[in-house]
Design a protein around this ligand. Structure first.
Ligand code: UDP
Length: 451
């Protein structure tokens, strides 16, 4: 590995992302931003879900063996796999840092994803400075801690709750909005939460969020935190140029299809993001709901996101013929470009945090249908607090048809569009000189230099 590259640069930042799309993207965006501020950037990553170095010529990439078997990867036991990575990568990462020359070691600062605990532990052991990157909303962080406490108090939340009652002291979240991870037992989940939000050894927290969305929650988090918090988001708008960090090849043919659609007429559907999966029955409801809405739609069906099939083999018979050119299906879209396209009038999202920020950043209102975890919190904030999205209660064709038409064609959707455009303006203001995210970024740079 070539650590001698970019000799004129000041500190070398060693970034350790968690190997899922929603975590890799903001970490690489952070690396690009900090490169533009004069730091050298090395990304140490697992072999599983390796980023593509060709898309990031300014960054040095160092793959490390993660010990995950094909079976582990196929199991989709996210919490179990994260635990295995933390276990398996620690020694290799330590050896990597120990091989650096003393001068290089003096310059190094680690920035790790909040759940890549091994990197923080190694930094602490070697007495190297480290920072944490949080890639979810601040509200999610509060809600995860509350969820564990509620469970300790005897609420049975192990299967996730469907109750619409408000959670005490967690306004506006209802029990059904709590970020339970369906892929893990509650015990495993609670262990990660307690470790993640308990005492850490890093010197600061970098957060891909911003005051204009989460001012009060961020204040609460800062009061609880012993180290400074730098809310520098939205990272995707701070990166000096558009970088793609997609793990799946983006199908750009959808852009020429979008070019032929009327202004603000298309519903862009990415209902599973990079991890979630739906059943054949749920997908049939989505398909017929979209078809019956009679609006043009661009639908991302990620390979493997329909349970039991490789791609779209299980779409209902007759569906594609019945929609013809009105519908366009891709495996993976250039999402930011799609959201910025003038033909797109709405975004049906699972409400992953990156997707939520990207939708706001392009002023696109949403249909919010979370699958699990933090998506539920984000969906509640989008629909109830920021009022920029419709909450879809059931995956049922009639409800879907109505939701699409309400969002794209009716006043209700227009009002949401106006509100999300206001938020977009706030995003644009916040990243300009003299405003909060801009200042936080400069404070972060000074902080790293001072370590
Ligand atoms: N994404 C994309 N093309 C797609 C679907 C998703 O580029 O067809 C990107 C999207 O822009 C976002 C990321 O994948 O940056 C998904 O992250 P998010 O936090 O929204 O959800 P997750 O996949 O982690 O659940």
């Amino acid at each position: 590995m070539n650590m001698a590259k970019q000799p004129e640069r000041s500190r070398r930042l060693v970034l350790v992302p968690c190997p899922f799309q929603g975590h890799i993207t903001p970490m690489l965006q952070l690396g690009t931003v900090l490169y533009s501020k004069g730091f050298s950037i090395t990304v140490v990553h697992t072999i599983y879900n390796s980023p593509n170095p060709k898309n990031h010529p300014d960054i040095i990439f160092v793959p490390i063996a993660d010990g995950l078997s094909d079976q582990d990867i196929r199991s989709w036991d996210l919490v179990g796999n994260v635990a295995a990575i933390n276990e398996n990568c620690k020694d290799i990462f330590q050896r990597f840092l120990q091989k650096l020359s003393p001068v290089e070691q003096e310059q190094v600062c680690i920035i790790c994803d909040e759940i890549m605990f091994f990197a923080e532990a190694v930094a602490d052991h070697l007495k190297l400075p480290s920072l944490i990157l949080r890639t979810t909303s601040a509200a999610t962080c509060l809600a995860r801690s509350a969820l564990v406490k509620l469970n300790e108090q005897g609420h049975d939340l192990s299967q996730g709750s469907v109750s619409r009652d408000l959670v005490p002291e967690l306004h506006p979240l209802r029990f059904k909005d709590l970020p339970f991870s369906l892929a893990a037992s509650f015990g495993k989940f609670a262990k990660v939460v307690n470790k993640g939000y308990g005492k850490r050894t890093s010197s600061a927290i970098i957060w891909n969020t911003m005051k204009c969305l989460e001012e009060l929650t961020l204040e609460q988090m800062q009061q609880r935190s012993e180290v400074p918090i730098f809310p520098i988001g939205p990272l995707h708008m701070i990166v000096p140029f558009n970088i793609s960090s997609s793990l799946i090849t983006e199908d750009r043919t959808c852009i020429s299809w979008l070019d032929k659609q009327p202004h603000k007429s298309v519903i862009y559907v990415s209902s599973s993001g990079s991890i979630a999966a739906l059943t054949e029955k749920e997908v049939a409801e989505i398909a017929w709901g979209l078809a019956n809405s009679n609006q043009p739609f661009l639908w991302v069906v990620r390979p493997g996101s329909i349970r039991g099939s490789d791609w779209i083999e299980l779409l209902p018979k007759g569906f594609q013929d019945s929609v013809g050119d009105k519908g366009f299906i891709v495996r993976w879209a250039p999402q930011r470009e799609v959201l910025a396209h003038p033909a797109v009038g709405g975004f049906w999202s699972h409400c992953g945090w990156n997707s939520t920020l990207e939708s706001i950043g392009e002023g696109v209102p949403m249909i919010c249908k979370p699958c699990f975890g933090d998506q539920r919190v984000n969906a509640r904030y989008a629909s109830y607090v920021w009022k920029i999205g419709l909450e879809l209660e059931e995956l049922e064709r009639g409800e879907i048809e109505r939701a699409v038409r309400r969002l794209i064609l009716e006043n209700e959707g227009n009002d949401m569009r106006e509100r999300v455009k206001e938020l977009k303006k706030k995003f644009q203001d916040r990243i300009r000189q003299g405003n909060s995210s801009y200042d936080s970024l400069n404070e972060l740079v000074n902080f790293i230099v001072s370590l």
